[in-house]
Design a protein around this ligand. Sequence first.
Ligand SMILES: [Zn+2]
Length: 105
Amino acid sequence: MNFLWKYVEKLEKENFGGGNTKFKCSYCNLTYNGSYFRVRSHLLKISGNRIRCCPKVTSSHLAEMQKIDAEVEKTKALKTKKVHFLPQRLIRLLVPPLRHILPLK
Ligand SMILES: [Zn+2]
């Protein structure tokens, strides 16, 4: 549910340093090192996470992203294990036959 990745371009994964990812912000076009946590801090302008806040994200877009982010966090808190994008009813029809094929989490 890391929706903010679509606002940045994921660059090659570094082979050292504990698996940090490089990403290029689609707004300011600058390259940064870091995990999703940093992407989020950058785009949502959360300071104090050792990454610069994005200078190019407009306040209206910021509000939009914060809204989605709040929803995502809420969903994360509600759901414990099962994360899927298919409607429950469909899942019940497909499972159990496809349970072993689909990578349902
Ligand atoms: Zn940026």
